[in-house]
Design a protein around this ligand. Structure first.
Ligand code: TYM
Length: 331
């Protein structure tokens, strides 16, 4: 029997992949890929909680697959799939809706933030999103969920839902752990460093995307907001901009905060920002080039997501069958 532990994670194709998602999530996926059985999806079902232009959603979903592979996820070793092509997610999602409390969902920070931002479209999907996310994770009996800091609350809720279900029906679900990186779990906007870098910020230079060209990346870093001092040191509270750039530089170069402080001692922010930009350009260059190459090969991409959905569905069905039986559906 295969004793390898299981990982599940995903990203919504509601925007182009950002440096934040890369550092907070994908980079860790690649590092964990050899030790685990991994399922990585394009969370398109989650994307439609906010209105999407259909053609853009389709284009970004395919581009995201190419980018996952270009980041180093080998489709031979990882199950890469599109969430909407594995209907078991929504099937389990409904069941879990019935084991998730209104109060729990009301407390989710992301629900509160998103409903404030989309006041004219606070739909039921936005509200029950975390129980679908719980289904994504629990249906594969995942041990580990590598995500950025902002998703931790959803993984914790997943554990609560699983625990509640197990208490009633016996051990059906494994309780998953969030896996959050020590550095880079919350990459901030380059323009408003008190806010998370997010896909919705591509227009104002606050966000860098994996497919951005070197000139665009350099421009964004040169314009990055810092503070009125001149010294490069880590102080998240008082120097959010500089601290954010230090985290990005640390991930891109492997340097510790201490080494970074030494490297830029006595130099101004101008120098620092250029160096961070250059490091990011070099980190992302091979990914962009490889993703462009893969994206041009439509037949290969289709093979990856078709085989991925088949493998995912096979694994998901096992859990779904058990759940249906437990709750009393006729077999
Ligand atoms: P999403 O699409 O908002 O983000 C994808 C992943 O990237 C991380 N992330 C960041 N990390 C650090 N700094 C940032 N600025 C930053 N922005 C994004 C997120 O924490 C996340 O890990 N609900 C999920 C998608 C999802 C999912 C799942 C994840 C659906 N089902 C099951 C794990 C397991 C989401 O909206 O992520």
């Amino acid at each position: 029997m295969d004793e390898r532990k299981i990982i599940l994670s995903g990203i919504k194709p509601s925007g182009d992949l950002t440096l934040g998602s890369y550092i907070g999530a994908i980079k860790n996926w690649v590092e964990l890929a050899d030790q685990y059985d991994c399922f990585y999806m394009m969370a398109d079902l989650h994307a439609i909680t906010v209105r999407q232009v259909p053609a853009d959603l389709r284009r970004r979903t395919l581009a995201q697959i190419a980018q996952y592979i270009a980041c180093g996820l080998d489709p031979e070793k990882n199950t890469i799939f599109i969430q909407s092509q594995v209907p078991e997610h929504t099937q389990l999602g409904w069941v879990l809706d019935c084991y998730t409390m209104f109060g729990e969902l009301s407390r989710m920070t992301q629900f509160k933030d998103k409903s404030a931002k989309n006041a004219d479209n606070i739909n039921a999907g936005l509200f029950t999103y975390p129980s679908l996310m719980a289904a994504d994770i629990l249906i594969y009996q995942a041990d580990l969920v590598p995500v950025g800091e902002d998703q931790k609350q959803h993984v914790e809720l997943t554990r609560d839902i699983a625990h509640r279900f197990n208490t009633i029906y016996g051990d059906v679900f494994k309780l998953p752990e969030p896996f959050i990186p020590k550095v880079g779990a919350r990459i901030m906007s380059l323009q408003t460093p008190e806010n998370k870098m997010s896909k919705s910020e591509t227009d104002n230079g606050g966000c860098v995307c994996l497919m951005d060209k070197p000139e665009a990346i350099m421009k964004a870093f040169k314009r990055a907001v810092t503070d009125s001092e001149t010294s490069v040191h880590f102080d998240r509270e008082n120097k959010p901009g500089v601290s954010n750039l230090m985290q990005i530089y640390s991930v891109a170069t492997g340097s510790t905060f201490e080494q970074i402080q030494q490297e830029f001692a006595g130099k101004g922010y101008g120098d620092f920002k250029v160096k961070v930009g250059e490091a990011v350009v070099e980190m992302l260059r091979p990914i962009r080039e490889e993703a462009e190459r893969i994206l041009a090969d439509k037949a290969y991409l289709e093979k990856v997501y078709r085989e991925g959905a088949e493998k995912a569905s096979y694994a998901a069905r096992k859990t779904l069958r058990k759940v249906y039986k437990k709750v009393g559906f006729v077999q």
